[in-house]
Write a protein that binds this ligand. Structure first.
Ligand SMILES: [Zn+2]
Length: 299
């Protein structure tokens, strides 16, 4: 085969390969590259997570743990119901959700493929309440649901190996694949420090996260309030909070969230929850319950 012919064949193989490895993100409808089996990503992620936890100080505060677990579980359940209703179970297959609070003054939170979610105690003064926490967890869970880690790894595979030899990479060179995973997912040399997702992925997680928190019964308006507090938290600081180094809370982001609120409100079902759950701030005694002010059609 001539050189030109061979590169044409390679180009076709690559194209077919990429087409076969494309999938569509629910709700946003964005096409994404998906070349790496989720089971592989999940198992690698689990090892990184366990290493991270073994090196971290897990919070022993029962209230903090209960709050993060309660809010996280509600959102995870909403996501599972959505996935089930829309034939998207594959996206969360093999997931075991776990919500861990780490005692650390960093203003940070992250989620890993497979459903492991970490919240640093330092972010709790910014989330302030269940709905603020739901904004963070909804966003983080959205990264996981949308397979952003796998997408980033797929892009790295495509760039570094030209897509050719993926089987080799995955089956016979697990070390190399692992380092690609590290590079793509950002873990490794500095455990628990994640590379920023792309702007496209961030915007998508904002979108999905807003919908997920609404599905779980948290008012999506609280996401806007949370990001405004995040922006305020960086004012006058030489070094922005860790969460902001990967999630800039700029005007564009906040405006984008505001624009998505009408869509998210269509999914919003306020829960008749115990005080402190669902809505926030907690209605002042004597005021009418928010039920009259939150019908999705009017907001
Ligand atoms: Zn993010």
């Amino acid at each position: 085969m001539g050189k030109a012919m061979r590169s044409t064949v390679l180009a076709w193989v690559l194209l077919l390969f990429v087409l076969a490895g494309c999938s569509e993100v629910p709700i946003t409808g964005r096409r994404q590259l998906n070349l790496v089996p989720q089971s592989l990503i999940t198992s690698m992620s689990l090892q990184e997570y366990q290493q991270f936890i073994s090196q971290s100080k897990v919070s022993s505060d029962p209230q903090q743990n209960a709050t993060v677990k309660r809010v996280g579980t509600k959102i995870a359940q909403a996501v599972e119901s959505y996935a089930k209703a829309h034939g998207e179970e594959g996206r969360i297959a093999g997931f075991t959700w776990e919500f861990t609070v780490v005692q650390d003054s960093q203003i940070n939170a992250f989620a890993m493929p497979g459903g492991k979610v970490v919240v640093y105690t330092g972010i709790l003064p910014v989330t302030q309440n269940d709905a603020g926490l739901a904004a963070v967890l909804g966003h983080e869970i959205a990264h996981v649901f949308a397979g952003h880690g796998g997408e980033r790894m797929s892009q790295a595979l495509l760039v570094e190996m030209g897509g050719i030899g993926l089987d080799v990479a995955l089956k016979q060179q697990p070390e190399q694949t692992r380092s690609l995973f590290g590079a793509a997912y950002g873990l490794g040399s500095q455990v628990g420090v994640l590379l920023p997702f792309s702007r496209v992925q961030e915007t998508e997680s904002d979108h999905l996260g807003l919908v997920f928190m609404a599905m779980a019964g948290y008012d999506p308006h609280e996401a806007v309030a949370f990001w405004q507090r995040m922006a305020a938290a960086s004012q006058g600081k030489a070094k922005p909070p860790e969460f902001l180094s990967t999630h800039p809370a700029d005007a564009t982001r906040i405006r984008n969230l505001q624009n998505l609120i009408p869509e998210a409100m269509q999914y919003y079902k306020p829960t008749a929850a115990a005080p402190g759950q669902g809505q926030s701030p907690t209605p002042t005694p004597g005021k009418t319950a928010p039920a009259t002010t939150f019908p999705p059609a009017t907001r």
